[in-house]
Design a protein around this ligand. Structure first.
Ligand code: TXA
Ligand code: MG
Length: 327
């Protein structure tokens, strides 16, 4: 595995060269690291599914440098255009109807009539996409169902086979996967996955009348990232509501608070110094991975926010899924 450091033109050029040759490159985004392949190359895309152990029914997001490219792949109605103008580049994925002449293989979108697209804001990836003009299919760079990677080291430790290179862009700014919206041909907006961009912010876009966030049937989710069990450490996770830690815990248990406790005990950890949602989101997956690898602990007891607004919603969503055993 090549480690492409420096965030410079040499690193980007090498990454683009490998991608054009059908190789898999882990790339930084402002949300989490992605495992990228040239979206037009079906056999390269197939490797993504096998390296991740991901079911072929779970569609991938295509990452692009420009809105013109989006228009070449998808039907873009006024609502989708307004969302794109307001939030791209940024942590938003739009699931839009595919154009009849869309050149992206069906495998990328798992045979669906829609395609998930996003223009990411991470400066290094943004430059790579704009310079090379190549569309990149990329899911999060973690084994299917496991905690997403927010640092290049996370990719290296959890995907040990089949990744040809890692483009090092440092730790991710948001640390939570993008907000996913489905925008229908009629302009109806549905939230498929809460993320760094909140429904409140989305509703401020004048063309958006409402955001439907009813959960779809989790046995047949619209976005398989919406499976009840996902983003899970290997160790069991138990949640307790904010401020309600009983004070009792096992010696083999790590207790994780949203904010640094005033008098931390030996087994205490925290997602943030400030208690602010942005900081918690940024550190969440990193701490889950550290504790999962920690030799002392057999299980994790984690404080969950009560608030369901803003980024809190995405934080609660990820913690609840981390605590849900697979069926
Ligand atoms: O922040 C992110 O979105 C990261 C970075 C790398 O961009 N990517 C990411 O990809 O989280 P992934 O594959 O781990 O999660 C994408 C989710 C999946 O649950 C997938 O089912 C859903 O997006 N998705 C993609 N295309 C879709 C489509 N056409 N219809 C419904 N859901 C779709
Ligand atoms: Mg994922």
């Amino acid at each position: 595995m090549e480690w492409l450091r420096g965030g410079n033109v040499a690193a980007r050029t090498r990454a683009a060269e490998l991608l054009r040759r059908g190789k898999l490159v882990a790339v930084p985004t402002e949300t989490v690291y992605g495992l990228a392949a040239l979206a037009e190359d079906e056999s390269a895309v197939r490797k993504i599914f096998s390296v991740k152990g991901r079911p072929l029914l779970d569609p991938l997001i295509v990452h692009l440098g420009s809105f013109e490219q989006v228009e070449g792949f998808c039907e873009v109605n006024p609502v989708a255009r307004a969302l794109a103008e307001r939030f791209w580049p940024g942590p938003l994925t739009l699931v839009l109807p595919r154009r009849a002449d869309c050149p992206i293989p069906d495998l990328v979108s798992a045979g669906k009539p829609t395609l998930g697209v996003r223009i990411p804001a991470h400066p290094l990836l943004r430059k790579l996409l704009c310079e090379s003009q190549i569309p990149l299919a990329a899911p999060s760079a973690n084994p299917f169902g496991y905690v997403s990677p927010t640092r290049p080291e996370h990719v290296a430790t959890s995907l040990t086979n089949g990744v040809d290179a890692i483009l090092d862009g440092g730790p991710c700014e948001h640390g939570l996967e993008s907000t996913i919206l489905n925008v229908s041909a009629e302009g109806e907006v549905r939230l498929l996955r809460p993320g760094p961009l909140s429904s409140e912010e989305i509703l401020r876009v004048p063309d958006v009348r409402s955001v439907d966030s009813r959960r779809s049937d989790s046995s047949r989710p619209d976005a398989p990232g919406m499976l009840k069990s996902h983003y899970r450490p290997r160790k069991p996770v138990h949640l307790f509501p904010k401020g309600e830690f009983s004070g009792d815990s096992l010696e083999s248990e790590a207790v994780v608070f949203l904010k640094r406790p005033t008098h931390p005990r030996e087994n205490d950890f925290w997602f943030s110094e400030s208690g602010q949602a942005e900081e918690i989101g940024r550190n969440l997956f990193d701490l889950l991975r550290q504790l999962d690898a920690h030799p002392t602990f057999a299980s994790l007891r984690i404080e969950t926010p009560i608030s369901d607004t803003g980024i809190w919603r995405a934080i609660r969503d990820r913690l609840q899924r981390a605590a849900t055993p697979p069926d």
